[in-house]
Design a protein around this ligand. Sequence first.
Ligand SMILES: [Zn+2]
Ligand SMILES: [Zn+2]
Length: 277
Amino acid sequence: MSGLMDLHNHTVRCLHATGTMEAYVERARALGISDFGFSDHSHWMLNATHERYAMLAEELDAYVADVQQLQARYHCDGPHPFRILLGMEMDFIPARLAVARATQERYPWDYLIGSVHHIGFEKLQQPELYTQWSGDDVCELYFHQLGLMIRERFADIVGHLDLPKKMGFRPQRGLLSYIEPLIPDLLAAGMAVEINTSGLDNPAQEFMPGWDTLAALAESGVPLTLGSDAHAPHQVGRHFALALSGLRRIGVRTLVRFERRQQITGEVAALQAITSN
Ligand SMILES: [Zn+2]
Ligand SMILES: [Zn+2]
């Protein structure tokens, strides 16, 4: 069965993921995923003095070469195609736009995920942020920066669109009220939004974004795609059966995949619900 994609997968190079790249690929093949993309963290991510969550700039060539070797080894056309895609989860940090743009130009990417992980030096995934500051203020600044990213047409896919909820925080006025104003910008930029299934395994306990947002995006014609945000091989394709049944329930008929930064639309109806996991 072709057409199912998992475009959000990390590697050990980010220092907070485990497993060989081959193990991720083998898991994807076993699940019947036809488009498997590596999208490790970009090297210009902000790091605390004694921490690092992304590859070094000097590792980038080797990362790309590793993906290309796996592409050569596993690529398969025909009735049951299997494609390995070269991607990257690129941090949108306004002050570091130049290095991001240079990196986007330098390699034959199949797609890029644009993510905001920090506002200023604060990590959005640290729970204290939402008690130390007003969580609504955090949302306001986060979605402002996300809007800048979208209007910049920074990447092909928006990563974990409603990240502030990941650790359990919910803004009083609801997340959708921050996201709705961004829909015209998403459409103008032609950017897709990923259904990041990792949210279900975090305090958020739902996909990022959630079903109300996904329904609003779909109704407006924003393209959707799928990513597990796997940091270990067994997380590849996590909760995809649930994602597919949910998409059918809210009436989403298409998902997009990417090749050489071209968006390709496929029918959800043609996708087989993969082994529940
Ligand atoms: Zn991320
Ligand atoms: Zn990620």
